[in-house]
Ligand binder design. Structure first.
Ligand code: ITT
Length: 197
């Protein structure tokens, strides 16, 4: 089965491809020759994931999925959440998002946080949603060079290293995105034996 992954984020594509392996053929938007920026105007990860997969499905008629992630910080009542990509403002860098987060949490002892990912899959016009959560904490200084986004300041529960100090395979043991993708793969495997009506 061929699936388009409706994202412009090359790190997400790399993580999902490493996790799914050759179980399914996954094409990024770039590989599918689609150059599009899809707005994410909604207040929930699920609605933003839906609009991305629906847009690409309507454009191509090909089975596809998209994913939206938020970093939910307890001391900030779940913020930046759905606004994680533009926390420091529209067009700001990730460095600036991290700086803003560390500044707001400065001196706070409560640093619990989680990454939450929502995947929207559309096959034959029917949508299914999957969720993946990774609990952890925000550390006081960025550490590590790997990964992307908030990875240098996020340490998952049960680890002492930040996500940015781990390889993709190591991050994958905790990764919110791969947890949601594991549910998606299990679902696709049931379709292999029971095709949709
Ligand atoms: P899409 O094209 O898929 O929308 P995006 O980069 O805009 O890609 P999201 O809106 O899902 O991605 O993500 C919100 C922000 O949260 C994003 O800018 C990321 O940098 C950050 N983020 C998402 N997943 C992350 C991860 O695994 N580790 C660190 N930061 C992450």
């Amino acid at each position: 089965m061929k699936l388009i992954f409706a994202t412009n984020n090359s790190h997400k594509v790399e993580e999902i491809k490493a996790f799914v392996g050759n179980k399914f053929e996954i094409l990024s938007l770039k590989e599918a020759d689609i150059d599009i920026e899809i707005p994410e105007p909604f207040d929930t990860l699920e609605e933003n994931a839906s609009v991305k997969s629906r847009t690409i499905y309507n454009l191509t008629g090909t089975s596809c999925f998209s994913e939206d992630t938020g970093l939910e910080v307890d001391a900030l009542n779940g913020e930046p959440g759905v606004k994680s990509a533009r926390y420091a403002g529209e067009g700001k860098s990730f460095q600036q998002n991290i700086e803003k987060l560390l500044q707001i949490l400065k001196g706070k002892h409560q640093r619990k946080a989680r990454f939450r990912a929502a995947i929207s899959l559309i096959i034959e016009d029917k949508e299914t949603l999957f969720e993946g959560i990774c609990d952890g904490k925000i550390i006081e200084e960025p550490r590590g060079e790997q990964g992307f986004g908030y990875d240098p300041v996020f340490v998952p529960d049960g680890e002492s290293r930040s996500f940015a100090e781990m390889s993709i395979e190591e991050k994958s043991k905790f990764n919110h995105r791969t947890k949601a993708a594991a549910k998606l793969v299990a679902f696709l495997q049931t379709l292999k034996t029971t095709p949709p009506n």
